[in-house]
Write a protein that binds this ligand. Sequence first.
Ligand code: ASP
Ligand code: MG
Length: 333
Amino acid sequence: MELKVDTHLQQLTQILQQSWRHIRTERMKATLKIQQAACDAMRSYLKSVGFMELLPPIIGPVTDPGIRGAKQVTFDYYGREYKVMSSAILYKQAAMSGLGKIFFMSPNIRLEPIDSASSGRHLVEFVQLDLEIANATYFDAMSVAENLLCAAMNTVKDECKRELELLGRELPTFSPPFKKFTYDEVLELLRKNGMKVRYGVEIPWDAEYLISKIMDEPFFIIDYPRGARGFYDREDENRPGILRDFDLIYPEGYGEGASGAEREYRYDRVMARMRETGEDPRKYAWYLEMLREGIPPSAGFGIGVERLTRYLCGLNAVWEARLCPKVAGVYSP
Ligand code: ASP
Ligand code: MG
């Protein structure tokens, strides 16, 4: 049985209700083999350059609020409100303050809007390789990101020839550094290609698809405007309103693969940013106490494992890269 990708919600529901059977297809077995090779390669690359892997906390009083319109999962924890991690960002900074260079392979839950079901690139439940580097800039983080991607790609090309062939996927070879475009430059490029994006907002999916389709190599979009991101992306002191952050974008229309930034780690600045984005500082008590005591500056990023798998395997949709996937609005095993 081969999987047919259909983005229509009803058809998708029908397909995903059988998701426990998909693991028996040659296509899915090849996909997961490639995923495993990519994860092993990323782990060994990171360990070889001094990162330590930690087990990720997945529940807590607060979680990442910067999740592009998705909702957090809240549950009752012995009479108090707790969250399931939408990303490990807050714990990454805590871990980095003790160990310097750390990463998690962290499950994340985001209740994505229902129209994301047909985007081919959103899952409600996914895994992120999430890392943080003490005393680093966002350029340092981008350099790790491109080396990490190349390590995964090269290993998959070496070790998964049969699987790539089965999936009909040919992977090129890339060498860092990848091109970097500022948010402003991307808006200009989009405009030239007939698509207008209002300055100050996140780049919408259709625009991101277009820009990714135009490119034939992975690249970075850097320097997003302040309104577009969470309070933890650091504002450039010499360029007010501009954040020292980035997204890694895959070519061929696959879109965003990773997001990262230099962090705002100073208590007063974080308080001001929280006020601006409407966050309630009382909920962040432990985090703010940590900042008040002082942590090193840092930079890091999170790279989605299923999106990486989708790109490496050339899959139509990200849900094909996961056993029993959860897609917005679809009730399935
Ligand atoms: N928290 C970001 C995300 O999950 C990643 C990062 O900035 O490290 O998209
Ligand atoms: Mg992102």
